[in-house]
Design a protein around this ligand. Sequence first.
Ligand SMILES: NC(=O)c1ccc[n+]([C@@H]2O[C@H](COP(=O)([O-])OP(=O)(O)OC[C@H]3O[C@@H](n4cnc5c(N)ncnc54)[C@H](OP(=O)(O)O)[C@@H]3O)[C@@H](O)[C@H]2O)c1
Length: 346
Amino acid sequence: MTDQMQHITLTSRPSGAPTADNFALETAPIPTPGAGEVLVRVHYMSLDPYMRGRMDDAKSYAAPVPIGGTMEGGGVGEVIASTADGFAVGDMVLGMFGWTTHAVANPSTLRKLDPQIAPVTTALGVLGMPGFTGWHGLMEYGRPKEGETLVVAAATGPVGSMVGQLAKALGLRTVGIAGGAEKCALATDTFGFDACIDHRAHDTARSLRAAIKDAAPTGVDIYFENVGGKVLEAVMPLMNPHGRIPICGMISWYNAGGLGAGADTALSAPALWRPILVNFLSVNGFIISNHWDRFPAFLTEVGPKVQSGEIKVVEDIAQGLENAPKAFMGLLEGKNVGKQIVKLMA
Ligand SMILES: NC(=O)c1ccc[n+]([C@@H]2O[C@H](COP(=O)([O-])OP(=O)(O)OC[C@H]3O[C@@H](n4cnc5c(N)ncnc54)[C@H](OP(=O)(O)O)[C@@H]3O)[C@@H](O)[C@H]2O)c1
């Protein structure tokens, strides 16, 4: 075994969309675990939209990655050395290892995985943070009721597809919004959405709104907010009285910096606030890391649905740590089809 590892650091902060120049692939000695720690060889790492926020030096719910620091993120890997009680060489674990081939971790930050129950990659997507986000956001803030209509964008991603599938099973009409015909076919044929609208086929919010209106003839009761921008502008006037909007993300603005500091939308403050007032809407922002106490309930409810195939798993697996920046830039542009993961082991 070589004593060198690779990791990807942040070399500069992006202005707008990240570029390859913002990242560097570096080599370092594999660290040695201290007393009570484990050394993990990462097999798969997760790429998630929130990582764009960590690249900015802006006030947010989490600190930015420092310049020269290893990009943050979750991964699954194999314990290759351990001085920790309860963790043995060969155990598969989930942890926040970062964009790296190896990491030392304190066992209190790890979750042991059983590959017999589900493929370990699902711990990064459908049975991990993004799937949990969709479940919690829908059930807690969406408060779905049979016969209602739900709209969600990024409909084929791990959050949107979880929201759509759960809502459909509860008897709602589900309208997905996704980028391109291929993703729309995935949304309806695999994830069971009643309809899917290709946002790229609509240049204006007005045109997108007309398409959503056709697909949601009785109006929208739940708009699960993943993207902001044109989609938000299109949906707001279609909200029904007492509608609910869980605010999960706003990826269309992330490259503007500071989690939405810049807006590329014509949506004015009155056009946003008025429908909330006159339709008595409930709008709830949430960050899933504040809700880990609900994670066991999520696994109990959704784990069997994944095992039985009722909830579908679609993953997009890039190969090699060196390709992580490209895959991440692609994720922000919608090039991923399903949960974006990077495989590090040959
Ligand atoms: N609040 C929380 O704690 C929390 C936790 C996890 C995730 N999130 C948020 O949930 C959202 C979905 O996350 P995910 O992991 O499931 O991501 P994802 O769907 O795998 O990937 C992001 C998707 O966003 C879509 N997108 C990108 N730019 C867009 C634009 N301008 N307009 C419309 N759609 C655009 C693309 O899909 P299309 O090609 O289909 O448009 C892209 O594939 C993100 O906003 C993320 O930040 C929030």
